[in-house]
Write a protein that binds this ligand. Sequence first.
Ligand SMILES: NC(=O)c1ccc[n+]([C@@H]2O[C@H](COP(=O)([O-])OP(=O)(O)OC[C@H]3O[C@@H](n4cnc5c(N)ncnc54)[C@H](O)[C@@H]3O)[C@@H](O)[C@H]2O)c1
Length: 332
Amino acid sequence: MKRILVTGGAGFISSNMIRYLLQETEHEVVTMDALTYAGNLANLADVLEHERLRFIHGDIRDLGDVTSALEGVDVIVNAAAESHVSKSIEQGGGEFVTTNVVGTQVLLDAIRERPVDRFILISSSEVYGTAESDPMTEHHPLNPRSPYAGTKAGGDRLAYSYWCTYGLPITIIRPFNNYGPYQHPEKVIPRFIIQALTDRPLTIHGNGLASRDWLHVFDTAEAITAACEVPLDAIVGETINVATGVDESVEEIADAILAILGKPASLKHHVTDRPGQVDRHIGSTDRALRLLGWRSSIPFADGLERTVRWYRDNPDWWQSVMATEETAQTVV
Ligand SMILES: NC(=O)c1ccc[n+]([C@@H]2O[C@H](COP(=O)([O-])OP(=O)(O)OC[C@H]3O[C@@H](n4cnc5c(N)ncnc54)[C@H](O)[C@@H]3O)[C@@H](O)[C@H]2O)c1
């Protein structure tokens, strides 16, 4: 049994990860979240009082917050981030740099003073940019195309440098695109589902052919948990894709959501593409299988159907998230 600090616990991936750790393992979990617009305690409502979970309202950029959260911690999973590609394109890199790069640096320097058994950085497949090979291995060049992706690449390589320079027990995980329950309505799959549920147009940027390797968040939680548990020697200093090896286009996703909900294809609405977008992503799955003993187990069609059901059955959750004007504008 370990004590695992999962940062960004009120966000999408970390809240699912925490639920997974509490339900499927014996580990204790500490989570720290700054509760930005993307952080929502309702994502943890059913587990917040769990005896093996402690929630701290704090900021990874603040050394004092980080130092107190580190008390008794064996493993850090740093998933706190500014995570919305479009927001970074519209607003520039400011907050993205401070949380995704500086926040990572504060955590890394904190563990030089107060060592932990391992530090797992949740990076992103967005660091690769558009695929130059298919599938993309961990050796694919880093060509981040948006300010979000640039800052994720910065945090990713900074963590790597702390392994090289100081011998810290760092592992870098690069998840491909996630979907599932509790994902903020600003992201494309929940946005399409909510637009279809409310009979509003599903706005598709560009020709709809941009494709991604979509991974159900339960699969991601399982992979990150494996990274917390496998022998450290197998993964220290390594960078590992977490992917399915299959891609789906935006258009195919819109069609599938409309079909699941029995809505007409005429709800699809094409709008001009945004700069800085990536065309195609498919991740290599070999290294995750070899080092983590993990491969994804939820086929996209099943995962999407479960996700559509979750949003259909939990309107209170997404309606309250969308009650903020900023979010409502991203969905209408
Ligand atoms: N969602 C995806 O498809 C995807 C894919 C690959 C990688 N990732 C990475 O996975 C991680 C989680 O992504 P997500 O989609 O769950 O994001 P999210 O936006 O849903 O959650 C991020 C959480 O971090 C918190 N946070 C932001 N700044 C903070 C700070 N300075 N200190 C403490 N907490 C802070 C927010 O309040 C929020 O709860 C991120 O690192 C992201 O880059 C996400």
